[in-house]
Ligand binder design. Structure first.
Ligand code: SAM
Ligand code: SF4
Ligand code: SF4
Length: 361
């Protein structure tokens, strides 16, 4: 690989990437300025969604007039797969498709097949579950390994107040069971906990999925984007979630599956399976963060809370060679120093950041 790195101009900030300081020797993993490897790539395949979760795409902002990306600006499957191959060369071993709602992207199964053909990549997808009952089998057949399904309550009134489109719990549960039956296992279930909104549902959720083989994970409400009106008071610390469940169904901590695992794992002492907590606010895990994110229109972000990304679509559509694109990935990763969750304050929470539905959760 040559040492030449082409600068990428960021369309928001006209930011120019520095030349890669030291390009890795072949076979050596790429490391950022804090010695973190590049291991996971999250790809947002659409910025659209059929839900309007109040903490993610509030209707006041994502209403009828919201300027979603036109088709021509969205990366094609061929462009996504080309980038995925180049990221794999740099050490990526896990790809998560997300959005927006990834199952709204037409022929998503075809994209999964194309990514599976690369080989050596674990393929996962995060979904709101609304279309999963219909699609689980085809997703599995295409080569998807696992799914994570978001579900914030088992109570229709609470769930519908969050999704804001009157979507019923029962349909998401159907999707979860279809995913399990298709072998997309273990199915993980993500519950974002917001104080005063659904924190009274924590123990119900735990009870419902205990012994089911699915892994329920509680996520602290985060200050992603600039539209969800985040306040620290709305965050229920994971320690409190664990205390509340443990009081009824005793828990004990277990070791992570691998270094850098986002969720802290706990298991029921009576053998009823495990749960996880993702404590991005109260116990930041930036020190082991190995994730890069590719937005729907092909910008690369090295942190969920970034305010600017690097325009890979311009490279792809401007005739850059594989070598040039791979060098750009290396330069960006090697210059990376992100650690937003470690330095979050009331002030940073108010900063302009990219919306999660666009950057991919
Ligand atoms: N639409 C899909 C879904 O909901 O699963 C995929 C995209 S969504 C942005 C990915 C994950 O981010 C979901 O589990 C969602 O609950 C979570 N999420 C969205 N906004 C969040 C926030 N402000 N704090 C914490 N998690 C959030
Ligand atoms: Fe859509 Fe997922 Fe955001 Fe809810 S969390 S609005 S389902 S993208
Ligand atoms: Fe990674 Fe940024 Fe989240 Fe820290 S704040 S864990 S660097 S995505």
């Amino acid at each position: 690989m040559s040492n030449r790195v082409i600068p990428i101009r960021d369309i928001r900030r006209d930011k120019t990437i520095p030349r890669a300081r030291v390009l890795r020797a072949p076979g050596e993993p790429l490391r950022d300025t804090r010695q973190r490897r590049l291991h996971d790539l999250r790809i947002s395949v659409t910025d659209r969604c059929n839900f309007r979760c109040t903490y993610c795409m509030p209707k006041e902002v994502f209403g009828k007039d919201h300027p979603f990306l036109p088709h021509s600006e969205v990366l094609t499957f061929e462009e996504i797969v080309r980038l995925a191959r180049l990221f794999k060369q740099h050490g990526v071993r896990k790809i998560r498709l997300t959005g927006g709602e990834p199952l709204l992207r037409r022929n998503i199964e075809r994209l999964i097949e194309m990514l599976a053909d690369i080989g050596g990549l674990e393929l996962t997808l995060t979904t709101n579950g609304s279309l999963l009952a219909r699609k689980a089998r085809a997703l599995k057949d295409a080569g998807l390994d696992r799914v994570t399904v978001s579900l914030d309550s088992l109570d229709d009134a609470v769930f519908q107040a969050i999704n804001d489109v009157e979507f019923p719990v029962a349909k998401v549960l159907e999707g979860i069971e279809a995913a399990a039956a298709a072998g997309l296992t273990p199915v993980k279930i993500n519950m974002v906990v917001k104080r005063g909104v659904n924190d009274h549902c924590i123990v119900d959720m735990a009870r419902r999925f205990k012994g089911s083989g699915h892994i329920l994970r509680f996520i602290e409400f985060m200050d992603v984007g600039a539209t969800n009106g985040w306040r620290m008071d709305d965050v229920v610390p994971s320690a409190e979630v664990i205390r509340r469940i443990d009081a009824e169904m005793p828990l004990e901590p277990i070791d992570p599956n691998y270094e850098g695992e986002v969720a802290q794992r706990w298991r029921y002492r009576d053998g009823g399976g495990e749960i996880g907590v993702i404590s991005s606010v109260t116990q930041a895990f930036c020190g082991t963060c190995t994730r890069a994110r590719l937005s729907t229109e092909g910008k690369l972000y090295t942190c969920l809370f970034a305010s600017a990304g690097y325009d890979f679509r311009a490279l792809l559509r401007g005739g850059a060679s594989d070598e040039e694109i791979a060098d750009a990935i290396a330069a960006i990763w090697q210059a990376r120093s992100d650690r937003y969750s470690e330095i979050r304050t009331k002030e940073t929470a108010r900063m302009q950041k990219i919306e999660m539905s666009y950057i991919g959760g």
